[in-house]
Design a protein. Structure first.
Length: 79
């Protein structure tokens, strides 16, 4: 269950971060096709892009020990 939540958090965070990068550097991406009300919320709060980047990094770091624990638990069940 925790692994699925981390995967969801990772997907959402990567999507938001890449949307900021696409809009800022390429004038292309998710924020160019979403309705103005949604885009305005994110463009008024540019710190959310950095929050999304930190969440991506933290989630990837958290997935390493969680993956090891899941693998260890699976191997214990099999033996």
């Amino acid at each position: 269950m925790l692994d699925a939540l981390l995967n969801l958090l990772l997907v959402v965070s990567v999507t938001v971060f890449l949307a900021y990068v696409g809009l800022r550097f390429f004038d292309h991406g998710l924020f160019t096709v979403l309705p103005d009300g949604i885009v305005e919320f994110f463009t008024r709060n540019p710190a959310l892009g950095y929050v999304a980047l930190v969440l991506v990094i933290a989630t990837m770091i958290a997935k390493v020990p969680l993956g090891r624990a899941i693998a260890r638990e699976d191997s214990e069940r099999r033996s």
